[in-house]
Design a binder for this molecule. Structure first.
Ligand SMILES: Nc1ncnc2c1ncn2[C@@H]1O[C@H](COP(=O)(O)OP(=O)(O)OP(=O)(O)O)[C@@H](O)[C@H]1O
Ligand SMILES: Nc1nc2c(ncn2[C@@H]2O[C@H](COP(=O)(O)O)[C@@H](O)[C@H]2O)c(=O)[nH]1
Length: 206
């Protein structure tokens, strides 16, 4: 019997280019997981190879602003000139099914979630160094040098908020980082089960 009916919300954030998407994909390739990825909505244009509904829901600014008015986002933020948000209904639906839902979002949005969902787990992914971060953004080749510099500048303020997270994971090696995140998810899961188990035991003894 599954003791905790509602799933765990797992928030992974960290500076642009640290490897959140890469590590998340490695995490989802691991066997025996019950994870679901929450696909975000954005006004950013698709990169070559990105697929609608898989990488993002790509919308125009007007549509995004309308969704904000309708309170359709669990969280949203403007990040270096574009809007990004987590559709609320899909997250709720999957958590209600007992799934572990993974959000891959920037820091401002993560802190909005923190205020609303005390039971979620917050993981901040860091690079082995700032030089490595810059090199990863350059090697990805998806942004101009001007945009890379703006993302690096944003990273400076994001690093200062790392202490607000439950865990800091270094992405030195993709598979190691994914292993660490999986260990965190399993430990958090066990913690919830233990608490509910104790509660049921206590009720049984009365
Ligand atoms: N551990 C690693 N070592 C070396 N390169 C890495 C590592 N992890 C990711 N990368 C590379 O760094 C680049 C950025 O990774 P990725 O796109 O996953 O970052 P991100 O944090 O999701 O970025 P963004 O927030 O901008 O979406 C990619 O080219 C990826 O292959
Ligand atoms: N607050 C939110 N941030 C999000 C969401 N989806 C993605 N992101 C983050 O935005 C930046 C830039 O993403 P990119 O795809 O343009 O490189 C990055 O940190 C993402 O993790 C979201 O729904 N909410």
């Amino acid at each position: 019997m599954k003791l905790n009916e509602r799933g765990l919300l797992v928030v992974i954030s960290g500076p642009s280019g640290v490897g959140k998407g890469t590590v998340r994909r490695a995490l989802f390739q691991m066997p025996h997981h019950d994870l679901v990825y929450s696909v975000s909505m954005t006004t950013r244009p698709p990169r070559p190879g990105e697929v609608e509904g898989v990488d993002y829901y790509f919308v125009d600014k007007e549509t995004f602003l309308q969704r904000i008015k309708e309170n359709k986002f669990l969280e949203w933020a403007e990040f270096v000139g574009n809007y990004y948000g987590t559709p609320r209904d899909k997250v709720d639906e999957q958590l209600d099914k007992g799934k572990e839902v993974v959000l891959e979002i920037e820091v401002e949005g993560a802190l909005q979630v923190r205020k609303q969902m005390k039971e979620a787990v917050f993981i901040f992914l860091v690079p082995p160094g700032k030089k490595a971060l810059y090199e990863r953004l350059v090697s990805r080749g998806t942004e101009s040098i001007d945009l890379i510099n703006r993302r690096m500048k944003k990273a400076e303020s994001e690093f200062l908020l790392a202490h607000k997270y439950d865990y800091i994971v270094v992405n030195d090696d993709v598979n190691n980082a994914a292993d660490r995140i999986m260990a965190i998810i399993r430990a958090e899961h066990a913690k919830t089960e233990r608490t509910i188990h104790n509660y049921i035991k206590m009720i049984g003894e009365k």
